[in-house]
Design a protein around this ligand. Structure first.
Ligand code: NAD
Ligand code: UDP
Length: 325
């Protein structure tokens, strides 16, 4: 099968399509003229509401399926994006076996679907494969510093296994695979209570509460707006790059600085209160995006201030509609 230059006319399966990132990806694919977008989700950390606005659009289908129990999609399939996995530290701590199974069995079911239909398979991996990194910023050729038996291991090791499995299907079974290592991404449709720092601080700012900074707050992260991420996912899928590619925003800041950025964007929020630092919380994280720049012509466009404004506006609008998701 030949490569397409755009998603126009393509039929695309998005595993985890009712999640935060998955729902934005489905929307972008429809906007790009995909002939069909099949979102497959069991709603374990996502929700039908995330794609409710897409239900009337031509070619959009939503299928409730646990991809660890099987994956059946009728008709032609040109691309499979595997976004399915609990992603926030609180979610995967609550759902450790589900996380390991979706990363292993679920990923293999996605790969088998791609193999059977001659589709391109894109695996959503994570900056967590670098663990608490000793190399900074993180380049794709760094193998990482992951605690294999710690509280994050169910997620980190499932994702590392998923990368290894994806490469096996590429090398031994000829599947056209892509691996994206996603760094902290934020935007509308994150769950206010998913425990990640962006919804946590935004929720606190909007309620006029104190910011809960874990540890000293000197640990760093680099935040990418979801529209930029989705653009990187589509570019990677359309490329012929088999090696993993980091997609993230290189602007790095401490959690203390991030609390101040949220305070400025939301115009609210109280004092900083310190809470215990979770075990194995990475001390620093910043993507080296040289590969994405050179091979995909991709770089982030949305400044933090603008992305935060859009995210805060969305959280305000859902808060107005009653209980927050
Ligand atoms: P999310 O929890 O909002 O989305 C994940 C979706 O997968 C949910 O809708 C969930 O219901 C679905 N899912 C989980 N297990 C499933 C199963 N067995 N069968 C069918 N559906 C299942 O999380 P997100 O932030 O949108 O993350 C999407 C992907 O991107 C994940 O694979 C995550 O590991 C990866 N990622 C995200 C970030 C980030 O900052 N958002 C960073 C690194 C990697
Ligand atoms: N964090 C925090 N306060 C919170 C939630 C998170 O200080 O209420 C910190 C957390 O310890 C980590 C960073 O923010 O250092 C990012 O956490 P998140 O859970 O968003 O993602 P991670 O990158 O750790 O997977």
């Amino acid at each position: 099968m030949t490569m397409s230059k755009s998603m126009k006319g393509q039929r695309v399966v998005v595993l985890g399509g009712a999640g935060f990132v998955g729902s934005h990806l489905c929307e972008r694919l429809l906007d790009d003229g995909a002939a069909g977008v099949v979102a497959v989700d069991n709603y374990i950390t996502g929700a039908e509401a995330n794609v409710a606005h897409l239900r009337g659009r031509a070619g959009f289908e939503l299928v409730k399926q646990d991809i660890t129990e099987g994956l059946s999609v009728d008709g032609p399939v040109h691309y499979v994006f595997n976004m399915a996995s609990p992603a926030s530290p609180i979610d995967y701590a609550k759902l450790p076996l589900e996380t390991m199974r979706v990363g292993s069995v679920g990923t293999e079911n996605g790969l088998k679907l791609a193999e059977a239909r001659g589709a391109v398979f894109l695996q959503a991996s994570t900056s967590e494969v670098y663990g608490d990194p000793h190399v900074h910023p993180q380049r794709e050729d760094y193998w990482g510093n992951v605690n294999p038996i710690g509280p994050r291991a169910c997620y980190d090791e499932a994702k590392r296994y998923a990368e290894a499995l994806t490469m096996v299907y590429a090398r031994s079974y000829g599947v056209r695979t892509r691996i994206v290592r996603i760094f902290n991404t934020y935007g509308p449709r994150m769950r206010l209570n998913d425990g990640r720092v962006v919804p946590a601080f935004v929720g606190q700012a909007l309620r006029g509460e104190d910011f809960t900074v874990f540890g000293e707050g000197t640990q760093t992260r680099s935040f990418c707006y979801v529209r930029d991420l989705v653009d990187g996912l589509v570019r990677l899928a359309l490329s012929d790059v088999i090696e993993p590619v980091n997609i993230g925003n290189p602007r790095e800041m401490t959690m203390l600085e991030f609390a101040e950025a949220v305070r400025a964007a939301a115009g609210g929020g109280g004092r900083i209160v310190h809470k215990p630092l979770p075990k194995d919380d990475p001390k620093q994280r910043q993507p080296d995006i040289t590969r994405a720049r050179q091979l995909l012509g991709w770089e982030p466009r949305v400044p933090l201030e603008e992305g935060l404004r859009e995210t805060i506006a969305w959280f305000r609008s859902v808060a107005g509609r009653g209980p927050t998701p």
